[in-house]
Design a protein around this ligand. Structure first.
Ligand SMILES: *Cc1c(COP(=O)(O)O)cnc(C)c1O
Length: 425
């Protein structure tokens, strides 16, 4: 369910026609809907009702400061994976006590900042990280609140680049070592072991991998408790998938997901931390782009748009499906023909859709790329020296640019010629 719908023949974000935003900010641009963000957050938190569970929104899905503030205002915490995200979370007004820090390669300076700010917990993923954090905490005279992220060796049956819970993946502490590492952590003076963490992957569309992973965590918690350790937090990560293609079966609902949590972990008396990213923002955003040319190839029609793989890399990187929605509503019964929707970047992978049945399209038309709120702007680059595209947030009949497009002057200002090239040519 989202708030990008046709109204009087025009695709709107809530009460704002996307064509109006395009006139003001130019194309391409990302557009997010406040009502959709709120809706997804509420659907997820209502499903968890009755559990001692807290949402720590995974900022890597979309770290826009206005998106994060909107969610913080609803009571969400944040899951960050870098100093940049930590700073953005704090700048968005997220209280430090609601921030969790994840990631396999946190640096000394990142860990130091996290401890100085007094965040809720650091999810440690290896013995070397544990030792480094212990030293930093002792030097600062504090005890670092730590959950150890374990790798449960579960195949999440998702795209190979976003499955993270198998033993071949770089993430978490190897399952068979977990028990020993917990004991080692408990003996370190700078470490306060507060919990267990898992995250098995992203865009997961079945419940069974979650159930198996949660049962493994349950066994571990019981074993650690039997050893006399207090485990207060269980961090379940994120990963629940969303619908991208309206013709595909819907992924499990948050209610069904919460049922798996209830049946595996609810009786342990732990505070549960959840880190959804995509589920909250994925369908709350679109990428609006303008058709530059329609080119008739030998066997295909190419719709060449002004957005490209550097703006939205998911199709190139994960073979992801995104809906392509004309901003002007097609006439009822309009003839559809198969088209490839591609960007201007010099790579064949720069393709948003292949052989997609679309109504007649001509140069100058606007189209929206659907479900682009997660891992869209957040993964964008300036490949081909293309400026990052602006982000716009809509609320009701109002919209605001919440990240502006950099100017070419700003882009050029970062480039420096060395002395030996700076003189006359
Ligand atoms: C990526 C990630 C998430 C969020 O995953 P989604 O699929 O967007 O819900 C949560 N926790 C950790 C540790 C992650 O790496």
């Amino acid at each position: 369910m989202n708030h990008f719908q046709y109204h009087l023949g025009q695709l709107h974000a809530e009460a704002v026609p996307l064509s109006r935003i395009a006139k003001t900010v130019g194309t391409p641009f990302y557009c997010y809907s406040t009502a959709t963000l709120k809706h997804h957050y509420k659907v997820f938190t209502s499903a968890l009702a009755g559990l001692d569970a807290h949402v720590h929104y995974a900022m890597k899905a979309n770290a826009n400061i206005a998106v994060v503030r909107t969610l913080a205002n609803l009571g969400a915490g944040a899951d960050v994976v870098s100093e940049g995200e930590l700073r953005l979370a704090l700048a968005a007004g997220m209280p430090a006590r609601r921030i969790v820090f994840s990631g396999v390669g946190k640096t000394q300076s990142e860990l130091t900042l996290a401890l100085r700010e007094g965040i809720l917990q650091i999810n440690v993923e290896s013995v070397p990280e544990l030792k480094a954090l212990n030293e930093i905490a002792m030097a600062l005279g504090v005890r670092a609140p730590v959950s150890l992220r374990v790798n449960p060796d579960i195949d999440a049956a998702t795209h190979v680049k976003i499955t993270t819970g198998r033993k071949e993946n770089k993430f978490g502490i190897e399952w068979t070592h977990a028990h020993a590492v917990f004991h080692m952590a408990a003996a370190l003076p700078g470490i306060d072991v507060v919990g267990v963490a898992v995250h098995i992957g992203s865009q997961i569309t079945e419940l069974e991998p979650f159930r198996l992973a949660f049962l493994r965590v349950r066994d571990l918690v019981l074993m650690l408790r039997a050893d006399g350790m207090t485990i207060r937090h269980i961090d379940l990560g994120g990963g629940l998938g969303i619908p991208y293609d309206p013709d595909m079966a819907e992924p499990p609902s948050p209610i069904a997901y919460a049922e798996v949590i209830r049946s595996t972990l609810a009786d342990l008396g732990c505070t549960l931390l959840l880190e959804p990213g995509r589920l909250i923002v994925g369908n709350a955003g679109v990428l609006v782009t303008k058709v530059i040319y329609v080119k008739e190839g030998a066997t295909r029609t190419f719709v060449i748009v002004d957005a490209a793989m550097n703006d939205l890399v998911r199709p190139a990187m994960y073979d992801a499906y995104h809906e392509i929605i004309p901003v002007i509503e097609p006439a009822a019964g309009a003839n559809r023909s198969l088209m490839d929707v591609v960007g201007p970047v010099c790579e064949s992978g720069d393709t948003f859709a292949q052989q997609r049945p679309l109504p007649p399209i001509t140069a100058g038309d606007l189209v929206a790329v659907g479900s682009a709120g997660a891992y869209g702007a957040a993964m964008a680059s300036s490949y081909n020296a293309r400026p990052l595209v602006p982000e716009v947030l809509v609320r009701g009949d109002a919209f605001a640019v919440v990240r502006r497009r950099p100017s070419y002057e700003e882009m050029l200002a970062l480039e420096v010629l060395p002395d030996w090239l700076a003189g006359a040519r």
